[in-house]
Design a protein around this ligand. Sequence first.
Ligand code: SF4
Ligand code: SF4
Length: 453
Amino acid sequence: MRVTRALRKLRGSIHPQYFKGLTSDCPITEMPIPQKLYLSMSQHLGAPAKPIVAKGDVVTRGQCIAEATGYISVPIHAPVCGKIVDIDSAATPAGTMAPRVVLETDPDNTESTTMSPLSDWQDRPQEELITRISEAGVAGMGGAGFPTHVKLSPPSDKPIDTIIINGAECEPYLTADHRLMIEHSKGIADGIRMMCYILNVKSVFVAIEENKPEAIQAMQDALANAEKIDATVCILPTEYPQGAEKQQIAVTTGREVPSGGLPMDVGCVVENVGTVLAIAEAIEKGIPLTQRVTTVTGHIVKSPQNVLAPLGTTYADLVSFCGGLTAEAAKVISGGPMMGMAQPNLDVATTKTTSGLVLLEQSRVHIYRALPCIGCGRCLEACPMNLVPAAISYAVEGGDYDRAESLNILDCIECGCCAFVCPSSRPLVQHFKLAKPKIILKSRQAADAKGAK
Ligand code: SF4
Ligand code: SF4
């Protein structure tokens, strides 16, 4: 086990106020089971899961209640025992509508449906472990929700030689991953060994920002005697967006993911620490992914903390568990303030990707009037993807999506650094978020039309 520093500084990047001290010393606290859980069928990237239960069904903890509907999809399991009282449709934290299963919980019933533990996983074929991860519904918990079994099954022409475990947690306010590394470092180390076995890889970097010294020490200790792997804890400077996948690859290995490419194009797989722990629990204990740690924070939260809650817990229940608010929330953000999504109210429920819930009072919420671009170039300097945000923004605003595409808008990782530094308060990343799906759809339609000829 080695300890290194980042090979180089990030290109671009910003230094927002972090406010992590609100919760960084708060141990993970398990909240009591809420009366009702609202389980979205779209908790991951890809096709929503399809309910296989009906209203009135009684289910046990860990029982599969919705099946995957394709390769890029994952099943959903009941976090606790209870009765299905409704199947409807509701907004996800991402703002899209998706089918939803409502579970009235029965906290006194501790029955559970688990899969058989694979404690002898090192003697099992890799395919069996990948199937287990898929059946357990594991999807990226850092925010993207990409199905983990797909990430661990790269095509044969994309050999993987390096795994990067993302413990950067560069978003302001969030400390859930920080606490996971301190309190569950052994489980994360187990998950790392399993990933190495599945991908037949020895080289692993655990990338952590230097503002988390306890987590750095915990992961060093947990990996100190790890056999059969070549582990490095890589200490990164504290700057945003250090946790972005392509940036982590660059600063740990020196490799650059090409425009339009994926980590596997440069031999890498990147996985968030929470996901790695979920891999270990699914394989070693047979436990599907039904709960997660969410940082519930903000200066108006009476007792901000890192809460372990069953998936489907409403934001209202999370806030209530944290003692409520000392003032009215002017803004509710699911995720971190840089890349998270503003929510209309606290009725939304947690999913596999809900890393944080940030509640901001009026004095921290500013409504800006966008002014004309003054050509200062600050957005260009701040962009970690080497894009020209001002030019892309003008193309999008003018409806010239072909030009926006030629300026590589699809490489935008939506980090928001450009909008953060713009002195004219231009809604740059906001334009890109709206335009990208339209451009992707247009490209797909063009490809389909070409294929139909
Ligand atoms: S949001 Fe996109 S364009 Fe703006 S800085 Fe981030 S990657 Fe660059
Ligand atoms: S930072 Fe704002 S004002 Fe400056 S070039 Fe970019 S868009 Fe224009």
